[in-house]
Design a protein around this ligand. Structure first.
Ligand SMILES: *[C@@H]1O[C@H](CO)[C@@H](O)[C@H](O)[C@H]1NC(C)=O
Length: 178
């Protein structure tokens, strides 16, 4: 026979499974990041202190400076630049390319194709720009040349020479660059 305590236990169980089922949905309308309180992500700023600027970013219309060795630059719009993105699981970036510029091979750690290696190249004669949207509020991006040749502590040049089938001197030259 169902007693009141059974009934409440059942009710609690039902709410628990409901909570599991909708676990990925935001629990609040907004949770503006408080950069001074880092938990897993950012804690919410006091709603009374939230203002329109927390949801505003200006700068995506401006080309980044591509005068660097790879000829590309990322202008990120993550939770760091736009605190209102906190807990929403999205971000944007503008990538500018000089002619022949590249985005070095990389593995975006938040990408759905996690584990895949990506690279981009501007094959044209003029500058180019791209907008990338990523399913994370704070994506990591691992540029492989930096990760491999600039590793700290460094990966033994013997190991890299064998792995890439390169002369050890070439490997040591590469390690100096990253
Ligand atoms: C772009 O970056 C280069 C290299 O750091 C620098 O010399 C140059 O002044 C910068 N250009 C602009 C417009 O900021």
């Amino acid at each position: 026979m169902a007693t009141p305590s059974h009934f409440f236990a059942l009710l609690a169980l039902t709410f628990f499974s409901l909570a599991l089922a909708i676990g990925n949905n935001p629990l609040q309308d907004f949770c503006v990041a408080d950069p001074n309180m880092l938990v897993n992500g950012f804690a919410c700023k006091d709603p009374k202190l939230v203002d329109a600027n927390d949801f505003f970013f200006s700068g995506l219309h401006l080309a980044g400076n591509t005068s660097n060795t790879v000829g590309s630059i990322i202008t990120p719009v993550t939770v760091t630049e736009l605190p209102g993105l906190n807990a929403l699981g999205i971000c944007l970036g503008r990538i500018d390319f000089a002619p022949k510029g590249i985005q070095p091979p990389h593995t975006p750690s938040c990408h759905r194709n996690q584990g895949f290696v990506h690279y981009q190249r501007n094959g044209g004669y003029g500058s180019a720009a791209a907008i990338a949207a990523l399913p994370s509020q704070n994506p990591g991006i691992n540029f492989l040349p930096n990760t491999i040749f600039g590793a700290v502590p460094e990966i033994s040049s013997d190991v890299l020479a064998k792995a890439f089938q390169l002369d050890k001197k070439v490997v040591m030259d590469l390690q100096k660059k990253f």
